[in-house]
Design a protein around this ligand. Structure first.
Ligand SMILES: C[S@@+](CC[C@H](N)C(=O)[O-])C[C@H]1O[C@@H](n2cnc3c(N)ncnc32)[C@H](O)[C@@H]1O
Length: 240
């Protein structure tokens, strides 16, 4: 039977590259669960920020490609080994993406601004000391600084800049990242959001959040699809 996602035994590896883990599997499961919508959406450009082993972008290419649908794929990673490993993973599955070794999407904004229809991100989200963020080696795959938000908070405005009018963003977050606050940040930029998959492991509670532009969002911050409370001087919000 044809696999709808990347085959784990065909995913390449390197000691300095993040191996597919619970978070990667959760993101791919969320994309698979949303596959019918993705196919109807017919994205022209799909992009991953922080591709690591290539498991996620390859899975996306495989699941859409099975229906004969081939958007343009692009993926970035700050780790040059990840670029090589992702190329091997994609080649092993017979799919293609333009791969760029860069910080988030640095150097691509002009070319891609307003044109990415689907973006997927499994960012470094683990709360760590700030000086571990972006350091050499495998730790940069998970080191997220205070509340695990350092890299996430840099990705959000870039995503806003790159996404097309009909763009969708799928992002992995951890409870410690305060996902409700991330949703509120994105709402201020005009995005609606929904948790499309939640998974708890022994170590962490993961949320895969889907964001999409919603013209009413900026105007309707009091929308009833989410609730907001002012607790101890901080906005704590969540939408259901
Ligand atoms: C949690 S891993 C996820 C890897 C892969 N997407 C997956 O789900 O298995 C995060 C990835 O983001 C990359 N990364 C970290 N900081 C980055 C940055 N500033 N710009 C681009 N990629 C970054 C890391 O090198 C790593 O490959």
């Amino acid at each position: 039977m044809l696999s709808k996602i990347a085959k784990i035994q065909l995913v390449s590896s390197h000691p300095e590259v993040y191996e597919p883990c619970d978070d990667s599997f959760a993101l791919v499961d969320a994309l698979l669960a949303d596959r019918t919508n993705l196919l109807q959406h017919r994205p022209s450009i799909c992009m991953e920020i922080g591709c690591g082993s290539g498991y996620v972008i390859t899975s996306l290419a495989v699941m859409l490609g099975l229906e004969g649908f081939i958007p343009y794929y692009l993926a970035t990673d700050i780790n040059p080994h990840a670029i090589r490993v992702t190329r091997e993973t994609m080649d092993a599955h017979g799919v293609y993406a333009e791969l760029v070794n860069t910080d988030i999407a640095s150097g691509l904004e002009k070319r891609l601004g307003g044109s990415v229809d689907v973006m997927v991100v499994n960012p470094p989200y683990v709360p760590t000391p700030e000086d571990e963020v972006g350091c050499e080696g495998i730790a940069s795959a998970w080191a997220g600084g205070e509340n695990g938000r350092s890299v996430i908070d840099k990705i959000l405005p870039v995503a806003d800049n790159l996404l097309s009018e009909r763009g969708w963003l799928y992002m992995v977050t951890l409870t410690a990242n305060n996902p409700s606050e991330i949703c509120l940040e994105m709402r201020k930029k005009g995005y609606a959001s929904r948790v499309i998959l939640q998974r708890s492991t022994e170590e962490e509670s993961l949320h895969i959040i889907k964001f999409w532009r919603d013209s009413d969002s900026q105007l309707e911050l009091k929308n009833l699809s989410y609730w907001t409370k002012l607790i101890e001087g901080k906005f704590i919000s969540w939408m259901w």
